[in-house]
Structure formats: C-alpha cells, structure tokens
Design a binder for this molecule. Structure first.
Ligand code: G1P
Length: 310
C-alpha cells in the first residue's frame, strides 16, 4: 500500500526522536555504538527516521539522547575533513551520502539524564520548542514504517479533527503485550481512520481492548506535555507516553489513529533489525542479485524465478 501524494498539510515543525535508551538487546555492540547508529545496509536507522521526518515537512529534529551517546549528535554534524578527502579523491557519490544527514534538517539534542521512560524522554523535548508550536511529531527510531508517508496521512487527520493523531497497525493478539494498544471506534467511514476512546500500555492479550497497536509515529497536541507532568509511573515503573495520551482522551481531547497497512520493521531487537537489513539490501541494485542467490542457497530453496518451474 502506498500513501497518495496530496497538497502540503504539515501540522508540525519539530520532530522529536527519543534515542536515550541503553540498547540492552544489542549488547555488547551498544557498549560503544548507540543502537540508533547501527546501519541498515549502510545507513543508520536514525537517518532513515530523520529523512522520513524531513520528507513530512519537519524543519527541526530534537534528538533526546543520554550521557555517553554523543556520537548521535556527531553523526548529524558536518565532517569537514572527511568531506575534503572525498572531494580530493573525486568520490562524489560517497560525498553526497556523507552530506545527506547534516543537510536534512536542523538537529538539536536534549539530554535525558536518567532512563525514566519514553514519556519522560518526550517531556525533555518541550524546552526545544518555540512558544507558538501547538503540536509536535514524535518518531520512535526503533520503528521503520514503510512505505513512508504515514505522517502526511496523520497530518490530514489532525487538520480535520484537531487534537492528536497516532499510527496503528494490526498485530496478532498474542503480541499485543509488547505495545501500546488502542480502544477504537469508527470515525467517518474511512476504515483506516479510527477514533480512539482509550489506550493501554502493554496489556495482557486477554485484557487488550483491540489488536491495534501503536507503531511509533505520533502527532501530538502540545497539551501532551501537561499530561506527561500529571501522570505517575506506569508499566515497567516508567513514565509512559501511552498514559499521557490516555489522560488526554479522558480530558476530552480528540485522539485518532491512522491504521498503517504496509510494512513495519522493529529495529529494537536483533531479529527485527536483521529483517530490515535484508529487506533494504534486496532493494539495492548493488546487493540484491547476489544476496538473493545466496539466501536461496542457504535456505535450500530452488529459485523458481530462474528454474522455469513456476
Ligand atoms: C514503545 C511504546 C509503545 C509502542 C511501541 C512501538 O514501546 O511505549 O506504546 O507500541 O514503542 O514500537 P517500547 O517498544 O519502547 O517498549
């Protein structure tokens, strides 16, 4: 499924990317390299997310990082010496790749001093917003939502209904315990736009109000920061963004979801990360053919495309 290109409907200027986690599922690599800089083929996941935000109209990226993750900000800074070397060697294609991240949008970092949860991380970003910004996008770098464009669809929904708009995807009931889960009702006939009546973080499958899970893309009314200050610790003893959104709903704020029917890769664990890497490599002309042949051989599968057996 693709998202239609329509007129520019951006509802935010700033995109917040919470990237303060310890990356425990990627230890030992994350002793020295932030999880968000691990490459999907050759491009860090955080650059893919920054690119998505910029394509949706964000002018500024606020990276919420933690002490020891300074290389994240460095990644978005110009690297004059490297660029000069590439210029001298005539490596223009590489030069364009190196310049891509710093040129995407303005990047500012704020620190989350202690790992007190996603809600707490998002709250740290408030200080970076201008007074006239009435909404903000949040993109979790663990989630790759493909094809890109769901933020535009979410902006259209916010323009129509106001309030906050999130991205949902339908998961098997057995997996709902890993996600924020929505209690939904039809909105207006579009089956992919639903009104949210409640939201619960990491419910037991039997208690889940639906199988629509939050997919790491949020377009939030600025009121979310007051809600984040008002809530206490939730699931896992952490300040949960889900609980702040549930409070907004209880206070009467409109909250809707756009149901994403495409692909989602979970970069938060090695299994999901590997799938994303293979998926992206299969889309790259320089790697696709060789990788495909190797994968089929490794799996002991005949290549029906070339054997004529199909
Ligand atoms: C976070 C959110 C959860 C959301 C998920 C999407 O959970 O708290 O509501 O569904 O991201 O990836 P985490 O994966 O950080 O535990």
């Amino acid at each position: 499924m693709g998202y239609p290109a329509t007129e520019f409907v951006r509802q935010f200027r700033t995109a917040v990317v919470p990237a303060a986690g310890l990356g425990t599922r990627f230890l030992p690599a994350t002793k020295a390299v932030p999880k968000e800089l691990l490459p999907i083929v050759d491009t860090p996941g955080v650059e893919l997310v920054a690119q998505e935000a910029a394509a949706a109209g964000a002018e500024r990226l606020v990276l919420v990082t933690a002490p020891g993750k300074e290389s994240l900000a460095a990644y978005f800074a110009e690297s004059r010496e490297l660029e000069q070397t590439l210029v001298e060697r005539g490596k223009t294609a590489l030069l364009a790749k190196v310049r891509h991240a710093p040129n995407l949008l303005t990047v500012r970092t704020v620190l989350q001093q202690r790992p007190l949860g996603l809600g707490h991380a998002v709250l740290q970003a408030e200080q970076a917003l201008d007074p006239d910004e009435i909404s903000v996008a949040v993109l979790l770098p663990d989630d790759l939502v493909l094809p890109c464009g769901v933020l535009d669809a979410m902006s259209r929904v916010r323009r129509r209904y106001g309030g906050s708009v999130l991205c949902a995807f339908d998961v098997p009931r057995a997996e709902v315990g890993a996600y924020g889960v929505f209690d939904v009702a039809p909105a207006d006939g579009d089956p992919n736009v639903l009104r949210v009546n409640g939201m619960v973080e990491k419910p037991a499958p039997a208690d889940a109000p639906s199988t629509y899970a939050a997919a790491g893309r949020y377009l939030l009314d600025r009121a979310v920061f007051d809600a984040l200050r008002a809530i206490g610790p939730g699931a896992g003893g952490e300040l949960q963004l889900t609980d702040a959104i549930a409070l907004l709903i209880a206070q009467g704020h409109p909250v809707h979801v756009v149901v994403h029917r495409g692909t989602r890769h979970d970069l938060g664990n090695p299994g999901g990360y590997l799938r994303a890497a293979v998926d992206f490599a299969l889309n790259r002309t320089e790697y696709a053919a060789g990788l495909r042949v190797w994968l089929l051989d490794r799996l002991g599968v005949d290549d029906v495309r070339h054997s004529g057996a199909a």
